[in-house]
Design a protein around this ligand. Structure first.
Ligand code: PLP
Length: 433
């Protein structure tokens, strides 16, 4: 939502107040709503279960809960976070194929009984801790390329291991209800979903011959792109067609576990340059090192762990010729390099840089190493959207009505935050991390 009202204009307003020295995020709730609606429009048969691990910011989780999403939780703490918001257990899948026994017991005690497995030991463990669980076998199905491949760690081989595991589940009288796969996070291939869905159908058929009569859940995992310039259309066409071909007339519930798709574009990070150093390169072209107040031990851990490349944008546009520079985090570690080389118009101490699409796999991993605080999140929401959303917080089981959703406001006065401050938005609630 550009124009008078955008994450960048709000960042400018906050910075212009002159009180801000620490990095901060602006989180646009409207972006999440828009993405949810887009998902529903493009893949009406696929229910999104948001992968909490991607970003457990309560603002995001609450918003998605209000919209009617389900949740993919990987641990006891994630289940607790979601359920403490009022989410019913049926809206949660415990999608970690290698769970700790105490976490399985906790989930079961709270009524979360849908869970994944990909090994014999997990089946035996579940038999002990949650014998009535609804089990989903996770098979391996890797995209040709992915930002973070997952098949190396999870997912049994569909043609060799999966039949053996399904037979064991039948012998143990466990209740297998479906098949899941994850093509890899940040997948660069769409057709992989067709392969996974086709393979799932093969296993549904095998399950039937083994007497596993309750197989009715297909979980196509995550892997969907989430940056502002990404498009769900192509992959949705592949998925819809594959579901129709393989599960057309069948009473099969289809879910997915998108993380990045909902989180990435909703968060814009603002970081300030607090120091710089000129390097002599021996050529006419110099190189400036800029030091900012967030680094790879904070939000930019995504550069190391999530294999992300990030792009810096000066908050204030400039027509001065860009020069070569690098961007470094605040810690005393040489590893703390955010961007090794890029081009920016000359910046000065106190200038702010903006990083878009920073909502996925950033905040939950960030640490205050060396005493530098993890950025706070400041929410940005259209007054009319907030009027609807706030009634849903704390949540009940009602689903937010998407029809008639207000569009972005035209004037700064309209750009209210949850605190209903209308002049310069200084949004609350802030979330602490
Ligand atoms: N589901 C599972 C089991 C995962 O491990 C992950 C990410 O690691 C996700 C869903 C979310 O994936 P993405 O963010 O690529 O949508």
């Amino acid at each position: 939502m550009e124009g008078d009202w955008s994450p960048l204009s709000v960042i400018r307003d906050i910075v212009d107040e002159g009180m801000q020295e620490d990095p901060f995020y602006v989180m646009d709730l409207g972006e999440v709503v828009e993405r949810y609606q887009n998902w529903k429009d493009l893949m009406p048969r696929v229910e999104p279960f948001y992968a909490v691990k991607c970003n457990d910011d309560k603002l995001l989780v609450r918003t998605l809960a209000s919209l009617g999403a389900g949740f993919d939780c990987a641990s006891k703490a994630e289940i607790q976070l979601v359920m403490d918001m009022g989410i019913k257990p049926e809206r949660i899948i415990f999608a970690n194929p290698a769970k700790m026994a105490s976490h399985i017991r906790y989930a079961t005690a709270r009524g979360v009984t849908t869970m994944t497995f990909d090994s014999e030991t997990e089946l035996h463990k579940i038999k002990q801790c949650s014998p009535d669980a609804q089990l989903v076998i996770r098979i391996r199905c890797d995209a040709a390329d992915a930002q973070c491949p997952l098949g190396i760690k999870f997912g049994c081989e569909p043609l060799t291991e999966a039949p053996r595991l399904l037979k064991l589940a039948a012998v143990l009288k466990l209740n297998v209800v479906g098949v899941s796969f994850h093509v890899g996070s940040g997948a660069g291939e769409s057709l992989v979903y067709a392969r996974g869905i086709k393979m799932a159908r093969v296993l549904f058929d095998l399950g039937e011959t083994l007497g596993l009569k309750d197989m009715r859940l297909l979980d196509i995992g995550g892997g969907f792109a989430g940056n502002s310039n990404s498009d769900l259309r192509e992959v949705s066409q592949v998925i819809n067609a594959a579901i129709e071909t393989n599960f057309g007339g069948r009473d099969v519930r289809v879910i997915a576990e998108p993380g990045r798709y909902f989180a990435a574009a909703a968060y814009t990070l603002a970081a300030m340059i607090h120091a710089s150093r000129e390097l002599s390169t021996g050529t006419d072209e110099g190189h400036t090192m800029y030091f900012i107040n967030d680094g790879v031990y904070g939000s930019f851990n995504c550069v190391l762990y999530d294999h992300q490349t990030v792009a810096a944008e000066p908050l204030e546009p400039s027509s001065t010729r860009p020069t070569t520079c690098s961007i470094w985090g605040p810690s005393c570690d040489g590893l703390d390099c955010v961007i090794g080389s890029c081009q920016l118009p000359p910046q000065h101490t106190g200038s702010w840089l903006v990083f878009r699409d920073m909502g996925a796999y950033t905040l939950p991993v960030a640490s205050p190493f060396n005493g530098f605080p993890v950025p706070r999140v400041r929410a940005l929401v259209d007054k009319r959207l907030w009027a609807v959303l706030k009634d849903m917080w704390p949540l009940n089981e009602a689903t937010f009505i998407l029809e008639g959703r207000p569009t972005g406001p035209q004037t700064p006065e309209d750009s209210l935050t949850p605190s209903e401050r209308s002049a310069t938005p200084s949004p609350t609630p802030d979330t602490h991390h």
